[in-house]
Design a protein around this ligand. Structure first.
Ligand SMILES: [Fe+2]
Length: 448
């Protein structure tokens, strides 16, 4: 495809060229000045006066026709340039649209793409903030009439272009294009330029309207997806909480593991989709406990070998439950392997080190931390420092040491910023609590 530079370098025919063409044409039809030696071989016979006038008349008509073509050609070149630039926005948006997953990302993508093409304009985003508009970049426009045009475009749900009286603020023309998600106003993209700027034409309006209508559709899709995601998360949380409540001591455990795992996943640089799958896995990691006998699950004392074997079935039971939902395929590894130990002594498959899927290693760290900091049927909760200390000591044997170290940083940061609190736990004890003689308190034991 031609670049803009190449298009600009294309020289259209000008009038000087046209005169040369006409002169050559005159000569070709023998209507130029009479030949100096008509008797010379090859010289044309002079045309009669009437013939010369007739041809001159025809050439004059041709001149005028060509002039019209030249004017039209100039307009077409400008239109071609503009169409080329506009096509560029469509390509850019199409190329990037698959990567956006949130409403803010959608609006940012369209805003940035328009900024590239309309680089000689000032482009700002106006969002509703109570009865007023909030502007990005701020501050709000100095001139009230700019705001009035934007409000008019929002009220009418349509693009509005206005020429404003010249002032010193450098705004000569404004185009305000509102974005709606169904009936809901999302934002307005506001273009302004000064007296030297290129005026907005019909093709600008058509393009911006079409693009922002597409933007509104995508925002609507994001909102529906988010709504659906929220509904499904709430449904799963409700189901998981029913499972957690089989054992009063583990109530809320899966939700907390989900939150801790997401913090760790985000710190590892997981993208939104990976975080979503991690959260599903963390929420559902103990779903298989629904099939574990209550007398085993709630037993305060030491488990027999048979009971231990029974409770250790739960990761595979969770995996079996989840594999019936194809959409959760990417969460299955985390669920099945959340009791594998870093040294290979875990279950169900005895995986070790980085052979354990990352999702499962992350869930194990979150699972151990929550188990240590909450009271269990066989011991009281540890305080945060003791829990982190135990995890550090067991790193490399139970959990991935790099993840334990990163998790400790995250927990300290979250506590420092008061984003998590441990007051909810019933017992803040530095002692192992009751029944320690019957169960040991290694991190892995805590997450049975
Ligand atoms: Fe578990």
């Amino acid at each position: 495809m031609l670049s803009r530079r190449a298009l600009e370098d294309m020289k259209p025919l000008d009038h000087a060229n046209l005169e040369n063409v006409l002169s050559a044409l005159h000569k070709a039809v023998g209507c130029a000045a009479p030949a100096s030696d008509p008797g010379q071989p090859g010289a044309s016979a002079p045309a009669t006066e009437a013939e010369r006038k007739g041809v001159d008349h025809l050439l004059q008509d041709l001149h005028e026709e060509l002039h019209l073509v030249l004017v039209e050609h100039g307009g077409m070149a400008e239109e071609l340039l503009r169409a080329y630039e506009q096509l560029g926005i469509v390509f850019e948006v199409t190329r990037q649209v698959a990567r956006v997953s949130s409403e803010k990302e959608v609006v940012r993508l369209f805003g940035n793409s328009l900024r590239i093409t309309y680089h000689d304009n000032e482009i700002r985003l106006a969002e509703r903030s109570g009865d007023d508009l909030s502007w990005s970049p701020s501050p709000p426009p100095a001139r009230e009439s700019v705001v009035e045009v934007v409000e008019e475009s929002i009220a009418g749900s349509r693009l509005v272009v206005r020429t404003l009286p010249s002032t010193t603020d450098g705004v000569d023309e404004i185009m305000s294009a509102p974005v709606f998600s169904g009936e809901d106003f999302v934002c307005a993209i506001v273009f302004t330029h000064g007296p030297a700027g290129r005026r907005f034409v019909a093709s600008d309006m058509s393009l911006v309207e079409a693009l922002l209508s597409f933007c509104g559709d995508l925002v609507r899709k994001c909102r529906l997806t988010e709504e659906l995601r929220g509904m499904s998360m709430n449904l799963v949380r409700a189901l998981v909480s029913a499972i957690d409540q089989k054992d009063a001591y583990t109530s809320g455990h899966s939700n907390r593991v989900g939150q801790f795992a997401k913090l760790l996943g985000a710190a590892l640089g997981m993208d939104n989709e990976e975080l979503q799958m991690l959260e599903w896995a963390a929420l559902l990691h103990d779903a298989g406990k629904i099939g574990i006998r209550d007398d085993v699950l709630k037993k305060p004392g030491k488990l027999t070998t048979e009971e231990l074997e029974h409770i250790r079935e739960h990761p595979v039971r969770s995996h079996e439950l989840v594999r019936r939902v194809p959409q959760l395929k990417a969460s299955m590894d985390g669920i099945r392997h959340h009791h594998e130990r870093y040294d290979g002594s875990g279950y169900p498959d005895g995986l070790a080190g980085e052979d354990i899927p990352l999702q499962a290693r992350v869930i194990l760290v979150a699972d151990v931390f929550d188990a240590l900091t909450t009271s269990r049927s066989y011991r009281a909760a540890f305080d945060v420092e003791t829990a982190l200390d135990i995890m550090r000591q067991e790193a490399g044997r139970v959990s991935d040491p790099a993840l334990v170290s990163l998790f400790e940083e995250i927990i300290r940061r979250e506590i420092a910023h008061q984003r998590i609190s441990f007051e909810r736990f019933s017992c803040q004890s530095t002692s192992p609590g009751r029944d320690t003689s019957e169960r040991n308190n290694t991190p892995e034991e805590c997450t049975k």
